[in-house]
Design a binder for this molecule. Sequence first.
Ligand code: SPV
Ligand code: MG
Length: 668
Amino acid sequence: MKALILNSGMGRRMGELTSRYPKCMSALTPEDTIVSRQLDLLVAHGVQQIVMTTGLFHQVLINYCKERASHIAFVHNPLYDQTNYIYSIYFARNELRGDDLLLLHGDLVFDGEVLEKVLNSPDSCMVVSSTQPVPQKDFKAVIHDGHIDKVGIEFFDSALAAQPLYFLKQADWEKWLDAICDFCERGETSCYAENALNTVSDAMNLTPLDVRDMLCAEVDTPQELETVGQRVEALKQRVVYMCFSSDILHSGHFAIIRKAASLGRLIIGALSDQAIAGYKRLPMINYEQRVEMLKSIKGVSQVILQPSLSYRSVLENLQPDIVVHGDDWRSGFQRAIRNEVVDILASYGGRLIEYAYDTAAEEKARQQGVYTAASMPDIRRGSLRRALELKPLIKAIETHSGITGLIAEKTVVYEEGQARSFDAMWVSSLCDSTAKGKPDIELVDMSSRFRTIDDIMEVTTKPIIFDGDTGGLTEHFVYTVRTLERMGVSMIIIEDKTGLKKNSLFGTEVAQTQDSIENFCNKIRAGKRAQKTKDFMICARIESLILERGMEDALKRAFAFAEAGADAIMIHSRKKDPAEIFAFVEAFRAQNTVTPIVVVPTSFNEVTEEEFEKRGVNIVIYANQLTRTGFPAMQHAAQLILQSHRAKECDDICMPFKEIIRLIPDEI
Ligand code: SPV
Ligand code: MG
């Protein structure tokens, strides 16, 4: 699209004000002239190609505008004092074909929202107002059946006040331009360009765009300049609010920020790290860094915290005049958030403005790989430590394959404007072995376990906690640590057992040997020495309660392991009653307030996350639920097929193909 700004007029009614520069350079506010405001708004709305006709003082205008917008083609009308703007358009005709056109007079002052509406019009349109009085001397548009038939100062029947701000589809515009050329070539150069329009309006689809009381007014006199200037000042005081959750800014975001800033004083809410981590992944740059980044964007006057996905607390405190958002939130999980915003705005008379979201810009950013950075080993490895700093409680769920990894990565539930998703993935030895049809006795070797991790990592971004069983021989363990660290795993948990390991949930029903404190501490120390980065964590898992060795033994080990360098302590129990877990946490926390505590509530599963958090637990691992729900469903399907001698009976329990295809993204 091109824009044509007509600035060849003499502006005689402005008196002294137009004695040294053209009317459009008159000051509206201390910061803006009429033309600087027009150019700022056009640029903010992405209108890049501008043609400007000039008259008296044309070099003054050219010098002034060149500092403000780079793509302006100036066309001088040398007969500016004898002709009307129809002739200026004729002069500029060669610059104006081949595209849609935004046509405006150079003395027009308007709200950014008016421009937005004009640019979004599906058909050619002219701005009219159904609420303004019909003027005696200025432009009016004659409207029949939603179509503008005539434009001029002489029409009163079926007419509304009209302003010379048009959006013209190329086909409509070229009809009008041809008529303008006909007029000028036969010497009719002192009339309005609208006289030519009226000869072809039947063949055009020009519609009225009613902006009611929004600002859109021409300035002809110093008095009008003052009144309109005051209205612009008031517009600039409007509080405009938009919330940002993204840590990656692409051109689509900047486009929306530019438009939002053109509406008033733009305040950006930066979503808290906790809120972002709750519904997608950990932000790659933290809240403070995002605030700095947002503050430095032109047009942003303030950045504040938005603590949750819900806008409620911010809107109730700030009561912005306008909330701005991309139109992408009309569907999907954000719809509930949008509905809440609409209701709150309605309660005090605020407005929501939605701009078309630039999915192409997002796609480009995706193709450039910016979103996949989170899956790179160096970023992923440290993300568990960062999550522990950010969140009082981390929720991890078991994964044993790419598809279970995707479920852990993508499952989100929404409640009261909040989103809940898992923070991390647990690569369980029980479930990894089960998926391979093998017992959980360290039979599946490390190479195979690493292969599982690789499958999960390939399609996900969340931190991985690896179930390292006993860690094996110390001489082997150091290699495991290095490999996991290199892969981008965040934490290994090793249990203080030795010899043939059996799953803890067997308890004392099978023979299991606990390692000595000394040996296990040596293993931890060797692992800590082996790792190359500060990010990687080694968690010591204590089996004393499982093996019924008592609380005292469990605590003694916990303190010794923490002393040896363990980055976290996991306490396990197979009792339904959480009392022993609670007792351990209380006693440990009484002496150690910093080392994260990990629990696996498979047996004591009545305890809520909130309760764990209150007691000082930091990581809750749901260690086997996907395996324990998935395989019975498969078994059931196999039985149904055998019983029915066909697959039809199975249909009701099968996921439709469309859904399963959608579950697997082309790209993560
Ligand atoms: C696992 O998931 O493999 C575990 C936890 O080690 S448990 O099965 O409870 O021992
Ligand atoms: Mg295990």
